[in-house]
Design a protein around this ligand. Structure first.
Ligand code: AMP
Length: 286
C-alpha cells in the first residue's frame, strides 16, 4: 500500500494505474475509520481494480464553533485498517498543500445546499464541494464512493459532478449501523455511556416512522411528530431538524407521495448526530 502526501505524486500514481487499463475507485474520508468507511472500500473493490482512500480533515467544512480541533486523528490505526482492507493508495495531504496561500476558488452548489444541514451549517457544503472537487482533480478516479449516511452531501456531490462534467461516477452506499441501530460515525466517540444509549433514539424514531409509512401513514406532520416524540423522550437533546424530503431534490414534503428520505439531525451533549432512512409510499403495503 502506498501512502502519499504530495499532490503531483498522487495524481501520477492514479494516472499510471489507469494507463495500465485499471479502473480506480476513490473513497474520500476524514479518517477515524470505522466499518462505514470500510464498507465504501469494499464497494469500490467490487467494481474497481484499484482503491484509493483519502484522509483529510477538511477545515473549510467546519464552522468556527464546531469540532475541528478535537476531531479524532488516529492515523496509524487508519493506515492499518486500510492495509487490512487491501487499499492500494492512501492520500494524506497537509492543509497547506490543499489550501495553499493565494487560493481564491470555492465551489458552490445552489438549491440543494439550502435544505436540511445547510440551514444551520453556513458554508459547510461549500467546504465539502470545494475539497471534493480538488480531490477529483488530484485523484482522477473512475468512480467515487460516498455513504448515504451523509445523504445531503451525497446528493450535493452528485449534482456538482454532473454540473461540472467530472468524468467520475459518484456511487452512493448504504448506511452501516451498530447492532442496536445507531449509524456508525467518527463522532460517536464523543458520546458518554449514557448519551450512547440515548443516541439509539434517532434510528428507533426513523425505523418506527418507516414502519408507519409502510402501514399507510403519509402525513409528514404525523410522521415527524412521532419521530420527535421518540427522540425527545429518550433524554435531553436539541433537535436541529426532523424532515421528510424528496429523495432527489431534497425539497420538503407535506405528504409522502414519491420516493423520499426522512432525515434527522440532533445534538446530544456536544455531539451532533445525523441519520436518515428511505421511504416510498408507492411501494408501501396498504
Ligand atoms: P467522513 O469521514 O465522516 O467524512 O465520511 C467519509 C465517507 O464515509 C462519507 O461518504 C460518509 O457518508 C461515509 N460514511 C460515514 N459513516 C458511514 C456509515 N455509517 N455508513 C456508510 N457510510 C458512512
Amino acid at each position: 500500500m502506498q501512502v502519499i502526501e504530495q499532490i503531483q505524486a498522487c495524481r501520477a500514481t492514479i494516472r499510471a494505474m489507469q494507463a495500465e487499463g485499471l479502473r480506480v475507485g476513490l473513497v474520500p474520508t476524514m479518517g477515524a475509520l470505522h466499518e462505514g468507511h470500510l464498507s465504501l472500500v469494499r464497494a469500490a473493490r467490487k467494481c474497481c481494480d484499484r482503491v484509493a482512500l483519502t484522509i483529510f480533515v477538511n477545515p473549510t467544512q467546519f464552522s468556527p464553533n464546531e469540532d475541528l480541533d478535537s476531531y479524532p486523528k488516529p492515523l496509524e490505526a487508519d493506515l492499518a485498517a486500510c492495509r487490512a482492507e487491501g487499499v492500494d493508495l492512501v492520500f494524506t495531504p497537509s492543509i497547506d498543500a490543499m489550501y495553499p496561500k493565494g487560493m481564491e476558488t470555492s465551489v458552490h452548489v445552489t438549491g440543494l445546499t439550502d435544505e436540511l444541514c445547510g440551514k444551520n451549517r453556513p458554508g459547510h457544503f461549500d467546504g465539502v464541494t470545494t475539497v471534493v472537487a480538488k480531490l477529483f482533480g488530484i485523484l482522477p478516479a473512475d468512480a467515487a464512493f460516498f455513504g448515504e449516511k451523509d445523504y445531503q452531501q451525497l446528493m450535493v456531490v452528485k449534482r456538482m459532478a454532473k454540473d461540472l462534467d467530472f468524468p467520475i461516477e459518484v456511487v452512493g452506499c448504504p448506511i452501516v449501523r451498530e447492532s442496536d441501530g445507531l449509524a456508525l460515525s467518527s463522532r460517536n466517540v464523543y458520546l458518554s455511556t449514557e448519551q450512547r444509549k440515548q443516541a439509539t433514539s434517532l434510528s428507533r424514531g426513523l425505523f418506527a416512522a418507516r414502519q408507519s409509512v409502510n402501514q399507510g401513514m403519509t402525513s409528514v406532520k404525523d410522521i415527524t411528530g412521532k419521530i420527535r416524540a421518540i427522540i425527545e423522550d429518550a433524554g435531553p437533546c436539541a433537535v436541529d431538524y426532523v424532515e421528510v424530503v424528496d429523495a432527489e431534490t431534497l425539497a420538503t414534503l407535506c405528504q409522502i407521495d414519491r420516493p423520499a428520505r426522512i432525515c434527522v439531525a440532533v445534538k446530544i451533549g456536544d455531539c451532533r448526530l445525523i441519520d436518515n432512512v428511505p421511504v416510498d409510499a408507492a411501494t408501501a403495503s396498504r
